[in-house]
Every structure is written in C-alpha cells, then in structure tokens.
Design a protein. Structure first.
Lengths: 479, 313
C-alpha cells in the first residue's frame, strides 16, 4: 500500500523560558513560599521534569488572601474604565505572546500544539477583550437593580484547559471589581505563572491578582479561608460537592462547573460525514479531557452499522503523539493518575461486555498515552455509559425514536452539554427543548464564544461563565 | 483497493444511482471546517519532497486556448515528458490536455513516453450541444489518438432537474470511450452548492466515469478544496458501496505548491494514500508545474531559483 507519512514538524521549545523553581505571586511580586514545600511539574508526553512549584500551605493562602483584601481597597475605587484598560492590555499581551503560551501549555499539559495554538490561546485573548469591554458598562446592564462585587474571590481551576479556565474566571472577576486568589492545578501551573508575569508587566495594582500554586490541600485552605467572599471552581463533581459542603452555613458565593457525560445524538437523517467529524471532535479533542466532551454517542439504530464503520475509519486517521508536532491530533494523557483512571474504566467496560475498538498506532515509549477508543454493544447500566471517563474513550448507545433519544440523553446525573445531528431544523428544536443540558450544539460541537454563557444542569454544577450571565457570577445584589 | 480494476468500467444502474443521490445530506459548515482544519497540516522536509514529486507525476499539463498551435503543443508536450532536465529524480507529468484538433500533434511527441494525451470534448466548456454532436466530438478525439477524454456534464439538464439526462449522456459517451479513460467535469463553480456537487459526482461516477473533475478552468470560479473534499467523499461512498474505485482531478486556479499540497492532504486523509497516484488523482494546470519544480529545487539545493532555469511549457 502506498503511503504518505507526514515528517515531524515540531514547534520549537526554545521560545519558552521555564525557571527551575517557582514561588507564589502575591502582592504584585513573586515570593518564596512559606511552606518551603515543592513538587515537580512534568511534561506528560516525556515525563521530563519541567520545573518545581510550591505547595502552598495555610500561611501562603493567608498571605495571598490578605494581599487580595488590601488590593481590593484600591481596585474597588479604581475607575471602571481604568480597570478595562488593564484587561485590554492583558488581552493584547496574551495575543503578542500567544506562541509562548501555546508551547508552554502543550509542554506542561500534553495537549496538541494545534489546539493550544488555534483554540486555547485565541479564546483566552477573546475572553479578556470581551470582559474588558464590560468593565465600564456594568451599571447600565441590569435596569434599576444595583450590583456590587463580592470582594476577595478564590478561584480553583483544572488541568484540562489551564490558561483558558484562568481567563474564564479571572477576566470577569477583575472586570467586575473583585480581587482574585487563583490556584491552578498542580499538574499544569506553568501558564498561570507566566500570566502572573504579564500582570506584573502591565502594572496591575498590587494584590489584585494573586496566585498560589499547590494541590488539593492548598485549594482546601483557600475554600475555608474566612475572608473569602466567593469561590469559583471548575473540576470534578466529587471535589465540587466537598466544596459546597465546606461552604454550607457561610455567606460565601459559589459557582461550580463540574463533570459531564454528554450525549451526542446522531439521527439517521443527519449529514453523516460531517456528523462523524463532529463526533470525533466531540470526544478526541484535548484527549477527551473536556468536561463538555460528547462522550456518549447516541446513534439511531438503523444507521448504527454504517455510522460506526465510518467513525472507525476516521478514527484510524488520527495522529497520536508528540504534542509539539504540528500534525498531532491527539496528545498525551495529562497525568499518570488520569491514565490509570481511564485504563481502569476501560477494563471494566470490556469486562462488562462492551466491544472495544482502538486505533492501530504506535505510542511513544515515555509519557502517558491512551489510544483513541470506541465502545459498542454497550448497555445503559455499564459504568462506561454512566461515569465520566475524561479520556479519549467514546461509548456508543443506540435509540429508535426521538423520544427515546431524549430519554437516554437525560438518563444521567450530569447535564453540561449535548449535541444534536440532523438536517431537519424542527427536530433540532424539538430535541433541544427536551434536553437537560446547559449547552446544546446542533450540527457542530465544542464551539465557544466569550459572549455565550456556559454551565451545567444537575450535578454538572451551577452558575454560568461567559457572556453577561458570567458577570453575575462575580456580582451580588447591592444592599 | 484489490478489486479496483475489475469494477472500474462498470456502469451502475439508474435506480441504484437514484438511491444514492436521494440520500445526499451535506452540512456546509462541517465541510468548511474540516477543509480548513486539514489546511493546517504542516508538510515539511521528506514528506514535502515526496508530495511535490507526486504532484509533478499527477499533472495534466493543460492548454485550452483558441490561440493554441502545433508549436505551442509541441513545446508543452516536450516539457511534460521531461519537466526538469537537470534533475533525473523528477518524474514525467501524467498527461497533456488539449483540444481535439491538437491531439495528434501531442500524440506524435509523447508517443514513446509514459505521458498520456487527454482531450477535452463534448462541446467543452459549455456542453450546450445535442448528444449526437458530443459523440462526434468525442469520437474525433479518440480517432486522433487520445488516451483520455475530459467531458463536461450537461449543466442545463442538471439545473432543469433532469438528472437522468445527465447520466444517460455520460453513459453514451463512456460507451464510445470503452477502455479510454473518461474524466467527467462537473464545473463546481456553476453547481455552487455542496449538495449539487455531491449529486453530480455520484451521477457521473455511476454513469461510468473513471474520474470526476472539478472545473473547466473557463469560468472565474475554479477548483476549491471544499469541492475536492465533497468529491472525495462521493468517491469514498462509491467505493464503500462496492461500486469501484474512481479518481479525482482538480483543475482551475491551482497555481502554487502550497495549495496543491493541501489538496494532497485532503485526498490522503479522506480517501487514503492509495489514491495518491496519477491513476487516481490529477491536477489540471498550466502554471502549477513551474512552482512545484522550483520548490523541489529549493528543498534539494536550499536555494530558490528563477523561472528562467526551467524550460518553458
């Protein structure tokens, strides 16, 4: 068979300058952690140590929160149009240095450079531009109701879209006049640390943006801190529930953006070739480390065989490998822990009786990898049909009628997103009306816009990020 | 790909054709998105050189002008045989593509080489003539020695909804072609919608075309990568249905290597590398070849050379 393999086309790492060791960013400068405890952050594609970051302890969090409280004095009196200027400056700097950020994101997190370059970074800059525009228009946005910022906001972000989730949280919080203590995930702190450098560069007033790196213990200190007025969390439903319990009985605002097990519904009257693309994008984008991933394929029974055949053929063309190769479609699994979790669930799926298809490809020796996978012959009671796998694993279920499709789609504790594929407009509307999901895409998937609110139903969380709704996550009714 | 030769010349009956075209569903945004995503493939070094060499071997060097003369055709045909006399690695072009009246001139020059002579016919480029005239036109080109025939579909019939007539005409022309390679031009710039392009592709394939071809090059809107993607998917559907393996020719407006490589990527990822041979994929072009030759030189010598280092076509 004739073959045309693409030669490696590696984005150079030379553009990034990673320090050996990082402290926290508090009160406008990088400071040595009081904990004196460090942990390595590695590249999941090579297992090479990239840097050492601090595990913030109670004292570190105290210092950061105190700094944010102090910063609030000035920030809350800063003219809104001045606040906007800082955000615009940050947006422009992010654009200017987007290649650097993209390489760093792919190195530290394992995602393909084409995604960090063409998706994450443009979105990050757009979020800052978008919320910069809102900063001086808040008082005219809600009629006679008056809103004010919470004050000091604690933000805990995940490892799947590190900088993007930072932008979803930091941009609206600062635009509305809050000050921030941010804790990035321990496996992917590097882009947040670079962002802190930008805050210094644009001269953001001291204490307005504070960064404490660390693990779950650091996050817990932040959540339980007495001077925190609001917590915004994106991550697993388990941790989300823990946070909500911790905050019960306190006057602390909370928004949670948690897990998902989205249905991607393919009706037999869909444009099938494009639906295949959408299904592939829905689950293999970012190795399936996406809370709104279309991880359950619901395909109408009469086209199942045809559709699965097309899908498997298409999956086989995915390039798995070095995240810095511009032709890589599927990169590395973010961590050993996550890989173990995926492997465990997939093994259970096979033991339950699911048919597993995995693409043929060579995986690199070092690093954490999982072949793009597809389960068929799955019953609704299998774990792989109900639990969030958060990896490149798609589970197929079939349905006979639209009613049944909706029933299966909603038969989950989650409700973050959903996809509908049909050429019939009326069927799109009928289905969308009945789906319990925060975001519903029709004949496309994974489309984001800063102006569009994002968030979940049921155990996928509450509160919205993005759009005007996203502002409300950082404002409360004025007393 | 094993059954390709045995099925190659078969005509698929009209009712099976109707089944296929009735089920054409295409999402325009999905097509555009996939095409632009494939355009981000970064083709460097060895894969680039390999791709460029393939492109040379897939070129149908074309001139279709009223001013064409025997002299011009001789020059182009000679170039097709030896595109770069200074580099023995560079293959010959696939074919020269000319008007019927110049077929014998071209044939006389390329006779002992691998270069084929393709002739447009069937009242190219408009196709506005009765079938009898199209048959005479095509028969003349065949008699003159054409190895390949490039016809146009009857767009009048297509837009009037008479798909059967479009099909029947191609069947009739394929009949007189016999084993002669038939490429059917859809003129995607006139068909405009992806749905039309897919329907016309399936009709042309069913009617026995060996290739479907995007454009005549005679209207302002020529080949597009999106149209190529849609046609590739029609060819895939056709092959997956067990109807045989067919080829695609993109023509009209493809002028540089970068663009041409993007077409190769589409074929590679949508159909597979098995299609990346002159037997199944062609470029119809006049100026593309020179840019490809320059890029090959650049990859090999690290310097970019002026046009006057390459013979005129």
């Amino acid at each position: 068979m004739n073959n045309w393999e693409y030669s490696e086309s590696i984005e150079s790492e030379k553009i990034v300058n990673i320090e050996k060791k990082y402290g926290n960013f508090i009160d406008g400068k990088f400071v040595t952690p009081k904990s004196k405890q460090y942990i390595d952050t590695i590249s999941p594609s090579t297992e090479k140590i990239l840097s050492s970051i601090s595990i913030g302890n109670q004292q570190d969090v105290d210092y950061a929160v105190a700094s944010a409280k102090e910063g609030l004095k000035k920030w809350s009196k800063t003219n809104p149009s001045e606040r906007a200027k800082y955000l615009f400056k940050l947006a422009r700097l992010i654009q200017e240095r987007s290649r650097e950020f993209a390489v760093l994101e792919s190195l530290d997190g394992g995602k393909p450079i084409k995604e960090s370059r063409d998706f994450d970074l443009p979105q990050v800059a757009q979020n800052f531009f978008y919320y910069a525009g809102w900063a001086d228009k808040l008082d005219i946005s809600w009629g006679n109701e008056q809103y004010k910022p919470y004050g000091v906001v604690g933000q805990i972000i995940p490892w799947n879209f590190p900088l993007l989730m930072l932008s979803w949280k930091v941009a609206p919080a600062l635009a509305t006049g809050n000050t921030v203590v941010l804790k990035p995930a321990e496996t992917t702190p590097l882009t947040a640390l670079l962002f802190a450098e930008l805050c210094e560069e644009v001269g953001l007033p001291d204490g307005v943006f504070n960064l404490v790196t660390g693990d779950g213990s650091t996050g817990s200190h932040l959540v339980n801190h007495k001077d925190i007025k609001k917590i915004a969390f994106t991550g697993s439903t388990g941790v989300g529930k823990y946070i909500q319990k911790s905050l019960a009985g306190r006057d602390v605002g909370l928004t949670l953006e948690l897990g998902g097990k989205a249905a991607n519904i393919v009706y037999s009257d869909a444009a099938l070739d494009e639906a295949v693309e959408g299904v592939v994008n829905g689950i293999f984008f970012n190795q399936g480390h996406v809370c709104c991933a279309g991880s359950r394929l619901l395909v109408q029974e009469d086209i199942e065989e045809k559709f699965i055949k097309k899908l498997e053929k298409r999956m086989q063309t995915l390039n798995v490998g070095n995240p810095l190769d511009k032709n890589t479609d599927v990169g590395a699994i973010n961590s050993k822990d996550q890989l173990d979790k995926i492997e465990k669930l997939v093994n259970e799926g096979v033991a339950d009786g699911g048919d597993l298809f995995q693409i043929e490809c060579e995986l690199p020796k070092n690093g954490f990898w999982f072949k793009p996978s597809l389960f068929t012959s799955v019953q609704a009671n299998y774990k792989i049909a109900t639990e969030e796998i958060f990896g490149p694993v798609l589970t197929t279920l079939t349905f006979r009628t639209p009613e049944e499709a909706v029933e299966i789609a909603n038969n989950t504790e989650y409700g973050l997103s959903a996809g509908i594929w049909t050429e019939k407009g009326s069927k799109i509307l009928w289905t969308a009306d009945r789906l319990e999901a925060g975001v519903i895409w029709a004949n496309t998937f994974n489309k984001f816009d800063p102006a569009s609110p994002f968030g979940g139903y049921k155990e996928s969380g509450f509160g919205r990020e993005g759009g005007r709704h996203g502002l409300l996550s950082y404002l409360k009714v004025s007393s | 790909m094993s059954s390709k030769t045995s099925l190659k010349n078969s005509v698929i009956d009209w009712s099976s054709t109707i089944d296929m075209i009735d089920n054409v569903r295409i999402d325009e945004l999905g097509v555009k998105e996939r095409t632009s995503s494939l355009a981000t493939r970064s083709i460097k070094r060895d894969s680039k050189l390999e791709g460029l060499m393939k492109i040379v071997s897939m070129c149908d060097l074309t001139t279709l002008e009223g001013e064409d003369t025997e002299g011009k055709i001789a020059q182009m045909s000679s170039k097709a045989m030896t595109p770069d006399p200074s580099d023995a690695d560079v293959p010959n072009a696939a074919a020269v593509c000319v008007y019927p009246s110049l077929v014998s001139t071209a044939k006389n020059i390329v006779r002992d080489s691998n270069v084929k002579v393709a002739s447009v016919s069937s009242y190219f480029p408009s196709g506005q003539a009765p079938l009898e005239s199209k048959i005479v036109d095509t028969q003349f080109a065949i008699n003159e020695g054409a190895d390949e025939i490039d016809i146009v579909i009857n767009r009048k019939a297509f837009f009037e909804g008479d798909f059967r007539k479009v099909y029947d005409e191609i069947v009739s022309l394929k009949e007189i072609c016999g084993d002669i390679h038939l490429k059917t031009i859809l003129e995607v710039g006139e068909l405009e919608t992806y749905e039309n392009i897919k329907k016309a592709s399936l009709i042309a394939l069913s009617a026995g075309s060996d290739f479907i071809k995007t454009s005549t090059g005679k209207i302002s809107s020529g080949a597009s990568r999106e149209a190529c993607l849609v046609m590739a998917r029609a060819v895939r559907e056709f092959a997956d249905s067990g109807y045989g393996v067919k080829g695609i020719k993109v023509a009209g407006g493809i002028r540089d290597s970068k663009d041409a490589i993007r077409y190769l990527v589409i074929i590679n990822e949508e159909l597979g590398a098995g299609w990346l041979t002159p037997e199944y994929f062609r470029f119809g072009a006049s100026s593309l070849l020179d840019d490809v030759l320059k890029q090959i030189k650049k990859l090999k010598t690290n310097s970019y050379q002026s046009s006057y280092y390459f013979p005129r076509g």
